[in-house]
Design a protein around this ligand. Structure first.
Ligand code: GDP
Ligand code: MN
Length: 335
């Protein structure tokens, strides 16, 4: 025998094969939860839901991120919910607060105007920080650096069906980069100059546009105008290597320089969706029909009868948002 191989024992104990615990194969993936200490109740509810319907069989880790330190109470009450690894991270100052080139007076005036116009979150600075962070920074956080895929989870969401096949492995094995469950229209008043900025970027960087893109999901006229369709980003299962790549990084940088995260209220959902639709092949964007998901007030529920039965779903397929007048799934189907 070679000196490298350890001696084999004469006999190994007889273990009935049914008691052998074979951990399921796992992708290089994590849950990513951005939240505040005050979100504790909603976070507990969401983690319980994803554990119950999926992760108790997989043990994928969690990364919690916050621009303020998580307190001991938060960590204690969340850690008890799963034996999976949980890490609690602080967001670097410059990844959260407005960059130096933002004119704070101009930004404050925009917030005031949008507040008066009753635009949702129009008056909020923290919401803008959050949208910019989710657009361009979360995937660079040291705690997320080691992972490729993430599943975004927010407080107060529900997973309504057993998730029997691993969505992370599905992404990995089928070359998917972006997965969604719900799509809808954006409020025009939050993204007034976003599409013009996107077009400017595309003109300056024509090679970034994928030949088999999903432009028709976000534009009805070949790119002249944005039709407001976007994937609802409170649920995302995606490949961070896409966000980390040169194309998306330069796209984000371009948008960030334009200032619309602060002078308007650009959301991470339209930013991610437009990027995925332009820079990825359509085939690498995936609709997770089998994942019953609710972020109040909207629910996606599997409409396929067998799927609903097999998943022991707690949602009502008749209330699924899929073909609601405000949903963009019809457009997705017709691509
Ligand atoms: P909505 O879904 O658009 O109504 O926005 P949410 O209030 O759910 O916020 C989106 C996500 O960002 C959630 O995961 C929140 O917990 C998180 N979030 C929002 N604002 C802040 C903030 O100021 N600090 C932190 N740490 N997380 C935030
Ligand atoms: Mn939310």
């Amino acid at each position: 025998p070679s000196v490298d191989s350890p001696p084999l024992p004469d006999s190994t104990p007889e273990i009935p094969h049914t008691t052998l615990h074979v951990p399921p194969e796992r992708a290089n993936a994590t849950f990513a939860i951005l939240c505040r200490n005050s979100d504790i109740d909603g976070v507990i509810q969401s983690v319980r839901s994803i554990e119950d319907r999926f992760n108790r069989n997989h043990g994928y880790p969690y990364v919690f991120l916050n621009e303020e330190a998580f307190d001991d109470e938060f960590k204690r009450r969340v850690s008890v919910l799963s034996s999976a690894q949980m890490e609690f991270g602080l967001i670097p100052h410059d990844h959260w607060y407005a960059p130096s080139w933002i004119d704070e007076q101009k930004a404050a005036a925009a917030r005031q105007k949008m507040e008066e116009d009753q635009v949702i979150y129009g008056g909020s600075l923290s919401y803008r920080n959050m949208c910019r962070f989710n657009s361009g920074f979360f995937f660079r956080h040291p705690l997320l650096q080691k992972y490729r895929y993430y599943w975004r989870v927010e407080p107060w969401v529900h997973f309504h069906c057993d998730i029997s096949s691993d969505p992370f492995l599905f992404m990995q094995n089928n070359n998917k980069s972006y997965g969604f469950t719900i799509s809808m229209y954006e409020f025009q008043s939050t993204i007034v100059t976003l599409w013009d900025t996107v077009k400017e970027f595309a003109r300056a960087n024509p090679k970034t546009i994928h030949p088999d893109n999903a432009l028709a999901f976000v534009s009805d006229d070949g790119g002249s105008n944005f039709n407001m369709c976007h994937f609802w980003s409170n649920f995302e299962i995606a490949d961070m290597d896409f966000w980390r790549g040169e194309t998306y990084m330069s796209f984000f940088e371009f948008l960030d320089r334009a200032g619309g995260f602060y002078y308007e209220r650009w959301g991470d959902a339209p930013v991610h969706s437009i990027a995925a639709s332009l820079f990825l092949p359509r085939s690498s964007i995936h609709f997770f029909e089998e994942i019953g998901y609710e972020h109040p007030p909207y629910t996606h529920c599997p409409v396929d009868k067998q799927r609903w039965l097999d998943g022991r779903c707690s949602c009502n397929p008749e209330n699924s948002f899929d073909y609601d007048g405000y949903s963009c799934l019809r457009r997705w189907d017709s691509l």
